[in-house]
Design a protein around this ligand. Structure first.
Ligand code: C2E
Ligand code: CA
Ligand code: CA
Length: 674
């Protein structure tokens, strides 16, 4: 059984007091021997020896107990020692009782008093030294004094009775003092134990507080990390987001001649098509698959180009950015590395068991002087990627000073374009489309001309794509439509000949617009041009499946009005001969590249087109006819109408042709033809 800490402390206290008690006892025995020996018989000597021997034994017991206090308090050995110690105290008490009992009747008054003083002094000392032993302490006091008092009482003299009475009162007082000392000791031990317990509790609590603090700190650190990730990562792909990639800038080192920074801008091709046809969920899966492949490619690219630090970011939508710092590879090796990247990206993606293909237009910019500015490089690479897209997708284009200049020019044009319909810098040129048999004009194609303030004459090949990409083409097309209809209204009609038609070019963006038919009706109503005199030229891009429904419905509405629809630049785009039947068309216009080429392949295309078009009841127009030889070949192949420099260059005024046909000129002054 385990002793309580309280009992253990009491035992310790007992042992602590023990040497003092034994010293006092020894001195008392010696003192008694010196004072009483002459008055007592030989038995006293025996008592003296026995008492000293007992004290010696008790001292040995003390030493044994002291050396074993290091053992745990529940040790049986120690319990035995404690018991032996109590027996020792009791034996010592009895030895004093024997002395008092036997000596008191034999001694005279003063020696009786001396003995009583010795015994009382011993009892007084015991109240302190034996304070830990509640019962044994009192038994010891009683054994010391009561036998002497009893014997004094038996003597019966006044003095002895007085001494016996005083002895009894003293015994009572000493027992009381012993009890108080014991309680005081108990109380002190209790306080000490309480204090120890409190200190223990406090340190336990302090440990808990430290532990909780550490846990809280770890959680705060984790949260901070989470927030940082959320703020710097794209949720769909897990790549860095725009903010994330910009943090790389802080790590960018100044550029040295052998170390460059590079940003690669990747714009997926045909991703919109996937989103529109297969839904956004599949679109998301494709983006994740692309992101995964890009991460691997970026790692590979960084190794290949010796970049110690790189980042991959989803810039937004279907655009991604690689940022590679500290490249020390010669610039000439970059382009082949990116061509490989392009090939990797173009490989099919397995999305829910279906293989999907997305290509990419890649632009990149390298900084090899000054300080690396990642935002600057990203916008340069972005411009290079748009150039790659403009060049026909699937390209890798590097940002060069020339390209940058070109981009600046485009920005200036884009800035001026919205004002062009109002500031008079737009005008139309008309080019005749003639009958292949008698070479008389049947129609004029309206071609837009722009004299941009500050930049001069701009080719439609340059500004039309800009207008298309920036959606300004709808407003611009509406202007052409109104202008062409208004001018054509003034063209006279030669007797016996069909009225001259006007052909306008349209962009796919106009054709998919739900307002397109209303715009045409408005232009016709405003100008008074009969619908039968209007030709709408469309390009093969209308056969693109995504837009087909709205486009077809618009075209059917135009056909219903009596407007002619021609397919322009035939053979260059989606080349879907079967589609010719599904659309409400009247003619196809063979692209000038086939006319100019003159090789066998081109001739085969022309022949095939004529064959099928005629089968579907469509006329065939050849554009870009420049020579008599071309005209002769095309006539032989069965082309119905011609357009080209051979018959007339585009001109702002149709007067000369009208005059050549002896028609009265009603609109505009005679222009320069050619
Ligand atoms: P397009 O519709 O194929 O127009 C014919 C282009 O061929 C015109 O170039 C014309 O000047 C040129 N051309 C005509 N005959 C010959 C020839 O014998 N030889 C050669 N080499 N070229 C010839 P242009 O005017 O520079 O127009 C370029 C393109 O710009 C047009 O090609 C058309 O796609 C577009 N475009 C012009 N005006 C408009 C417009 O008002 N709206 C839209 N959406 N596009 C327009
Ligand atoms: Ca055209
Ligand atoms: Ca054309």
């Amino acid at each position: 059984m385990q002793a309580s800490p309280h009992t253990h402390t009491l035992w310790q206290e007992t042992l602590n007091n023990h040497p003092r008690g034994l010293i006092v006892t020894t001195l008392a025995i010696v003192g008694a021997g010196l004072v009483l020996d002459p008055y007592l018989g030989p038995w006293f000597r025996t008592w003296l020896i026995a008492s000293l021997a007992l004290t010696g034994l008790r001292f040995a017991l003390y030493l044994a107990s002291r050396s074993s206090t290091l053992a745990p308090p529940d040790d049986h050995h120690q319990r035995a020692l404690a018991l032996a110690h109590r027996v020792g105290v009791l034996a010592s008490g009895f030895s004093w009782a024997i002395l008092a009992w036997n000596a008191t009747p034999l001694l005279e008054g003063s020696h009786q008093l001396a003995l009583l003083i010795i015994l009382s002094a011993m009892a007084a000392g015991a109240t302190g030294t034996l304070a830990p032993l509640r019962i044994m302490g009192k038994v010891y006091v009683l054994l010391l004094i009561l036998p002497a008092c009893y014997q004094l009482g038996l003597i019966g003299s006044t003095d002895s009775l007085t001494l016996a009475g005083l002895g009894l009162i003293f015994t009572w007082a000493m027992c009381g003092a012993h009890e108080s000392n014991h309680e005081l000791l108990q109380h002190a031990i209790q306080l000490a134990n309480d204090k120890e317990y409190l200190i223990g509790e406090l340190s336990r609590h302090a440990e808990q507080v430290i532990k909780i603090n550490a846990e809280l700190e770890a959680r705060v650190a984790e949260r901070t990390h989470c927030l940082h990730e959320m703020a710097h990562r794209d949720l769909l792909t897990g790549l860095l987001n725009r903010r994330g990639i910009s943090t790389l800038e802080a790590q960018a080192q100044p550029i040295t001649p052998d170390k460059h920074c590079m940003v690669v801008f990747i714009d997926l091709d045909r991703f919109k098509h996937i989103n529109d046809t297969l839904g956004h969920d599949i679109g998301d899966l494709v983006l994740q698959a692309v992101a995964h492949r890009l991460e691997t490619s970026a790692q590979h690219l960084a190794q290949q180009l010796g970049s110690p630090r790189y980042g991959v970011c989803r810039w937004g939508g279907d655009e991604f950015v690689f940022c590679l710092l500290g490249i020390h590879t010669p610039l000439q090796q970059i382009n082949p590395a990116l061509a490989d990247l392009h090939t990797q990206l173009a490989q099919g993606y397995d999305i829910q068991g279906r293989e999907l293909n997305v290509g990419a237009s890649i632009g990149y910019a390298v900084e090899n002087h000054g300080l690396c500015s990642i935002p600057g490089l990203i916008s340069s690479a972005d411009l290079a990627a748009s150039e790659a897209k403009r060049l026909g997708r699937g390209q890798v284009v590097v940002m060069t000073p020339q390209l940058l200049e070109l981009q600046h020019r485009r920005l200036r044009l884009l800035d001026a374009l919205p004002r062009a319909t109002q500031d008079g810098s737009f005008h139309l040129a008309f080019q005749p489309i003639v009958c292949a048999t008698h070479h008389q004009p049947l129609a004029f194609e309206a071609l837009l001309r722009w004299s941009c303030p500050g930049l001069g004459s701009i080719s439609p090949a340059e500004f039309i794509p800009l207008a298309e990409n920036s959606d300004q083409i709808i407003r611009l097309g509406a202007w052409v439509l109104t202008e062409a209809c208004t001018q054509a209204t003034g063209w006279p009609c030669a007797p016996g000949r069909p009225p001259l038609k006007v052909a306008i070019n349209t962009s796919i963006k106009q054709l998919v617009s739900s307002r397109f038919v209303a715009q045409i009706k408005h232009a016709l109503a405003q100008s008074g041009l009969p619908p039968q005199r209007l030709i709408v030229e469309i390009t093969e891009s209308v056969f693109d499946e995504i837009n087909i429904e709205q486009t077809l419905s618009n075209l059917l509405a135009l056909q219903h009005l009596g407007i002619e629809i021609h397919v322009d630049d035939f053979g260059t785009g989606y080349s879907s001969l079967s589609r010719l039947q599904e659309f409400p068309l009247q003619a196809v216009k063979i692209d000038k590249s086939f006319v100019h080429s003159g090789d066998e392949r081109a001739l085969t295309v022309i022949e095939g087109t004529i064959l099928i078009a005629h089968k579907f009841g469509l006329r065939v127009i050849a554009e870009g006819v420049e020579t008599e030889a071309q005209a002769a070949t095309l006539t032989r192949l069965g082309v119905d109408e011609f357009q080209g420099y051979l018959y007339g260059r585009p001109s702002p005024d149709v007067g000369p042709w009208l005059r050549a046909q002896a028609l009265p000129v009603t609109a505009h002054a005679a222009p320069q033809q050619g």
